[in-house]
Each structure stands twice: as structure tokens, then as C-alpha cells.
Design a protein around this ligand. Structure first.
Ligand code: HAM
Length: 417
């Protein structure tokens, strides 16, 4: 019987895993500078949480959720995203009683039953951040500049910050009416999903991926033309922060996002190197969600980075190499092998990666293996070396070699790395 991973999911192996680890460590370091603290939220949640927040007319809820009944017949969903669980957590633990803002990040797998293609998976990883309690646009600017700082440090270049505002409960009804009018005469040409969306939530038509619908909606009214004075002020302020903080951005009035909970700011970071799935990160403001989940009225904003896409972009230009053993200890004979294991332990206690021989192989094949696994230095121990107390060393990168006292081997290894 042969097994393979399910469609749309993947194993992450060395050496790629080192890119993942670097991303995760760098993100944690950057987020700390802005006071974001880690939360670990469950992978499974009540299905209602996602229907209520993401919206029952969105692609995610209509088509993409991994939902099942547990043994007690409760409807459970594998989280398709992290914002709704983070809000559930914020309200459940009364975190609104703590000083504002409360800033959190999370990291982990998300699940969406999408058609797999380049950059689109059924299990994918996000690093997400959420900042609760501040309605001022300065915090939208802060999360965007934090994302930019992270991308700069990790070495991601050539991305575009696309920004928009989709208004609030006050101005959105006018915008919806203008969309209804615009679509009215041509409704029967839209896909059946959009015809349903027309009645339930016309904004979702702007997010439909069907080619015909994309064509039909060209020329539709733009949300930014319908912003109320408060939303307009908020958007203008955000833009002036971005200018001042030198974040290059472009305005994209079509950026309505595929989740219903957004209010005002929405943004996506896109790269032309990603193909059709070009957003490497995305987010925005969701000022109603905490209240919808039973908490006090609490504005909030955040984003999530798609890690598979970020790794794919970084891999194109990765020049750092990957970790490899500092030392390989090649041994000939049982006694030397035992001594080799002792020396390896000594080297490891100095914080260096040491590999030892596990018996059997000839010296030649041991040295070939040391080379293949990228070890920097080989130590060679045989009967003569044991007798004389002097072992051979060879730098496999530059060919230098010599002899050294058996307990001084650590001295020829460059300073702790
Ligand atoms: P989202 O746009 O659905 O937003 O996802 C954020 C990012 O996750 C996308 O830009 C993309 O990089 C990645 N992503 C999404 N779906 C897939 C997939 N099927 N395969 C690979 N990568 C994918 C959210 O999830 C919001 N919770 C973001 C947010 C946080 N808004 C406010 N706070």
C-alpha cells in the first residue's frame, strides 16, 4: 500500500524549512518591537463563528470550509482564517478589560477547500496580527509599516502595498444601492452565485472570480466615491501617515476583500512574481466584529501573511545557504568510533553541530558523506591516532589539513557559530 499526502496540502522539508524558520523568527522579532504578543488559538472552532464573521455569501463560507459534525453532533470547522478565532478569544477572555491597545499575533495552518493551483493550497500557513481597541488611522498605518519593516528585513523586494477604504455601516448602504442599480439591467448574464449575491450582498459580486462576471462588473461604481465624511477623513489620514512614513502604496478602489467583516481600511500586498494568486499578505479594519461576538464596541485592525507565497518569493533570491554540520567525525574501528562519539559530545557542548560515524562504512565513504551533508571540517580517528593522541583534521571547504591533540579538536573549529 502506497500513501501520498492529500491534494492541496504539502510536507515542508529541509532545506526549505530553514526559510520557514527564518520567516517565523524574523516576524516574531519585528512584531515584538511594536508590542505584539503571541496567542495560540485552536485549529477547530464552532462553525457559527466563521459564518457570522466572514459572511454566508462569501466564497469561503459558501464553498471552502472544512466542516464536520463531531461525535456529539456539533458542527465544527477547521479554521479558514485567524481573525474570527482571535476575536472569539478576545471576547471570551474579556481582554477588553486590559489596557488598550491589545496587540496579538498568531502563526499556524489554515484550511480552505479551494481548487489547488500555484500559490493556493487547502492547508496553508498564515502569520496574522490583530490590534484591538484603537479606531485612529495611526494604528492602521502602524500595522502596515510593521509589515513593510518585516518584508524589508526578510529581504522581500518588489511588492506593492494596495490600499483602499470600504466605508462603514453609515455609508455602505448608499454604495450598495448604487451597485444594485448598476447591476440591475445585466443581472441575468452574471453567474448563478452572483445572482444570489445580488439579493443578499451585492458587494460580493465585486469579488467573484468568474471571468464573465469580472468583465460585466467593469465600470461599476467605486466605493471610495461613496465614503461618508468620517470614513473619508480616516482614509485621508491613513494615506498621509503612509506618505510621511515613506511606505510606497497604490490606491486600489476595487479592493473589497473576500471577507464580510471589514470596515474602512482594506489592503493587500501583492507581487507580480506570484502569478494569479498574487497577494502575499492582506488585511484591514473590522470595527464591528468584537461587538458582533458579544463584546463591547471595540475597533480593530490587522493582517495575515500567506507563508507558502512568501517562501516561494524568497526562494527565488535565497543566497544565505542552509545550516550544515560544523564537524563530521570519521572513525576507523570500534574503539575510534566510541572515542568519536565522546568528541562529538564535547563539540556539541560548545554549541556546534557535530555528526559522528555510526559504524561500518569505509573512511572513503565516510568522507564522501561528510562532503554531501555539507560538513565544514572532518576529524579522522583511527588506531594510530588513538595511540598517539593526535588526530587528523581536514577543512572540506578549502582543503587545508593538519593534526591536533585529541582533546584540542575544539580549537581548530572557528568561534562559536
Ligand atoms: P485573506 O486575504 O483571506 O485574509 O488571507 C491572507 C493571506 O493568506 C492571503 O493574502 C494569502 O497570502 C494567504 N492565503 C489565503 N488563502 C490561501 C490559500 N488557499 N493558499 C495559500 N495561501 C492563502 C485573511 O485571512 C484575514 N484573516 C486577514 C486579516 C487579519 N484581516 C484582518 N486581520
Amino acid at each position: 500500500m502506497k500513501y501520498s499526502a492529500l491534494k492541496g496540502v504539502q510536507d515542508i522539508l529541509p532545506p526549505d524549512i530553514y526559510i520557514w524558520q527564518k520567516i517565523e523568527d524574523t516576524a516574531k522579532g519585528v512584531f515584538k518591537l511594536y508590542g505584539f504578543q503571541e496567542i495560540r488559538i485552536p485549529i477547530i472552532e464552532s462553525t457559527d463563528i466563521f459564518i457570522r464573521s466572514i459572511g454566508d455569501t462569501t466564497d469561503i463560507v459558501e464553498k471552502e470550509m472544512y466542516t464536520f459534525l463531531d461525535k456529539a453532533k456539533r458542527s465544527i470547522t477547521l479554521r479558514p482564517e485567524g481573525t474570527a478565532p482571535a476575536v472569539r478569544c478576545y471576547v471570551e477572555h474579556h481582554l477588553y478589560n486590559l489596557p488598550t491597545p491589545q496587540k496579538f499575533y498568531y502563526l499556524g495552518p489554515m484550511f480552505r477547500y479551494e481548487r489547488p493551483q500555484k500559490g493556493r493550497f487547502r492547508q496553508f500557513y498564515q502569520i496574522g496580527v490583530e490590534a484591538f481597541g484603537i479606531s485612529q488611522p495611526s494604528i492602521d498605518a502602524e500595522v502596515i509599516i510593521m509589515l513593510k519593516r518585516f518584508f524589508d528585513i526578510i529581504g522581500l523586494n518588489g511588492v506593492n502595498f494596495e490600499i483602499n477604504s470600504i466605508g462603514c455601516d453609515k455609508c455602505r448602504p448608499d454604495y450598495k444601492n448604487s451597485l444594485l442599480k448598476f447591476f440591475e439591467g445585466r443581472l441575468e448574464d452574471f453567474c448563478p452565485d452572483c445572482q444570489r449575491r445580488y439579493i443578499k450582498n451585492p458587494l460580493r459580486i465585486l469579488d467573484c472570480k468568474v471571468e464573465k462576471c469580472i468583465e460585466l462588473r467593469s465600470g461599476a461604481p467605486l466605493v471610495t466615491e461613496y465614503l461618508c465624511s468620517e470614513c473619508k477623513w480616516h482614509f485621508d489620514e491613513l494615506i498621509s501617515y503612509l506618505k510621511r512614513l515613506k511606505v510606497p502604496y497604490s490606491l486600489n478602489p476595487n479592493l473589497v476583500r473576500g471577507l464580510d467583516y471589514y470596515t474602512r481600511t482594506t489592503f493587500e500586498v501583492t507581487s507580480e512574481h506570484l502569478g494569479a494568486q498574487k497577494a502575499v499578505a492582506a488585511g484591514g479594519r473590522y470595527d464591528r466584529l468584537v461587538e458582533d461576538f458579544g463584546g463591547p464596541s471595540t475597533p480593530a485592525t490587522g493582517f495575515a501573511i500567506g507563508l507558502e507565497r512568501l517562501v516561494a518569493l524568497l526562494k527565488e533570491t535565497w543566497s544565505e545557504g542552509y545550516p550544515a554540520p560544523k564537524v563530521f567525525i570519521a572513525t576507523i574501528g570500534k574503539e575510534a568510533e566510541v572515542e568519536g562519539i565522546r568528541i562529538a559530545e564535547d563539540i556539541r557542548s560548545h554549541g556546534l553541530w557535530a555528526e559522528a560515524n555510526y559504524g561500518g562504512a569505509s573512511l572513503k565513504s565516510q568522507l564522501r558523506k561528510a562532503d554531501r551533508i555539507g560538513a565544514e571540517i572532518a576529524l579522522i580517528i583511527g588506531e594510530n591516532e588513538l595511540r598517539s593522541g593526535m588526530i587528523q583534521w581536514k577543512n572540506l571547504k578549502n582543503g587545508q589539513q593538519g593534526r591536533i591533540g585529541i582533546d584540542e579538536a575544539i580549537n581548530i573549529l572557528s568561534p562559536l557559530s
